[in-house]
Write a protein that binds this ligand. Structure first.
Ligand SMILES: [Zn+2]
Length: 368
């Protein structure tokens, strides 16, 4: 078994990055095919158009609203091919980014990711998560290599609704706990090796950054203010969490998120909101001491991440109902199995209900 670490070719973050997009990606080719949600496409079009022209690049903007499925990726691949794309730029949120990744993989061309929200850690990784038409997990597509360039315009990120920024912290919150579990269990990371000290320490830095700057960054984003704390958290949500999860590994928090997703009422919750609660459940499962759990509960509460099933929109938290989530969390192929502990639905059910109980008690203690 080898230690393996992978990373994007270049990571650029700061205010106004998108205004200079041509300068940052010109070295990859001059025919650029943009794929993004309608809002993201509008933002990028406005900011990037002039600089792309200055760099004498040909470009096409393709709005995309669907789910990341094999069919949607195939349709976009055809369009990009007929345009003669040398570079695919994925812009927007997680779904469009994953779709753009799949298209660049099919075409074996360069890939640039320009997120307009810091809601998840997809931008830096070589992973594209594809779903089927019924919104069920289809497959984990592993790209030949990570994105060639990742461009994060922090001026754009702070204009997006706070909920996305906070969800990104939820996704990033899991990184350290999952990385630590995978190191303990020697679970394979995404490139098929085990973690390096570098990746594990980036995961830890991710967690420490959230603890240090998370609350002040959230308050700043509420007022669309770009502060150094916001820059640090954007980096944690996007770069540190991305490198940490990919080169150390995912575990129960993400596996349980897949289970929570199927519960009645929780379907419209963002990835990071479910992962945040999944992190609490993983901590209960691994029997972290109360002080550590309270620290994470306090953080979640202070930034507005869910700490109970009710926060996730789940009205009926009876064991009979939650068992369904526990069963899905234990499905073969999910990262729950990266644990060093025995995995079965009964144990995961206990973790979810246990986390819910601690969350409820925590909220009650605030009333007192
Ligand atoms: Zn995630």
């Amino acid at each position: 078994m080898y230690s393996i670490m992978i990373a994007p070719g270049r990571y650029v973050q700061g205010p106004g990055v998108l205004d200079k997009i041509g300068d940052h990606i010109r070295h990859l080719g001059d025919k650029v095919f943009f794929i993004g949600g309608p809002t993201a496409i509008e933002i990028v079009k406005q900011k990037a158009g002039e600089n792309l022209k200055e760099n004498e690049m040909k470009f096409h903007f393709e709005p995309f609203t669907g789910e990341c499925t094999r069919a949607s990726a195939a349709a976009l691949t055809e369009k990009a091919k007929s345009f003669g794309a040398q570079v695919i730029v994925g812009t927007g949120g997680g779904r469009t980014i994953d779709t753009a990744k799949a298209v660049s993989h099919e075409l074996a061309c360069f890939l640039v990711i320009a997120p307009t929200v810091a809601s998840n850690d997809a931008p830096c990784s070589a992973l594209s998560v594809q779903y089927d038409e019924n919104h069920m997990l289809d497959r984990f597509l592993i790209l030949r290599r990570n994105p060639d360039v990742v461009l994060v315009d922090s001026r754009v990120i702070v204009q997006a609704p706070t909920r996305y920024f906070v969800a990104g912290m939820g996704d990033a919150l899991a990184t350290w706990f999952e990385a630590f579990t995978c190191t303990k269990s020697m679970a394979k990371n995404l490139p098929g090796g085990v973690s390096t000290a570098a990746a594990l320490n980036l995961a830890r830095l991710c967690f420490d950054t959230l603890m240090e700057y998370g609350v002040s960054a959230k308050l700043a984003v509420d007022d669309n203010a770009l502060t150094p704390a916001v820059e640090r958290v954007i980096e944690a949500n996007t770069l540190l969490s991305g490198l940490g999860f990919e080169s150390s590994g995912l575990a129960a928090a993400h596996g349980i998120h897949e289970g929570l997703h199927v519960l009645e009422g929780a379907g419209d919750k963002l990835h990071g909101e479910l992962v945040a609660f999944g992190t609490l459940a993983q901590m209960v499962f691994e029997n972290y001491d109360r002080k550590e759990i309270d620290r994470v509960l306090t953080f979640c509460h202070d930034v507005g991440l869910p700490v109970t099933l009710e926060h996730l929109g789940v009205k009926d938290a009876s064991p009979e109902k939650i068992l369904k989530a526990a069963e899905v969390s234990c499905m073969e192929g999910l990262t729950t199995h990266n644990s060093y502990l025995e995995i079965n639905p009964e144990r995961i059910l206990g973790a979810i209900l246990g986390a819910n109980a601690l969350g409820k008690a925590f909220l009650k203690s605030l009333e007192a």
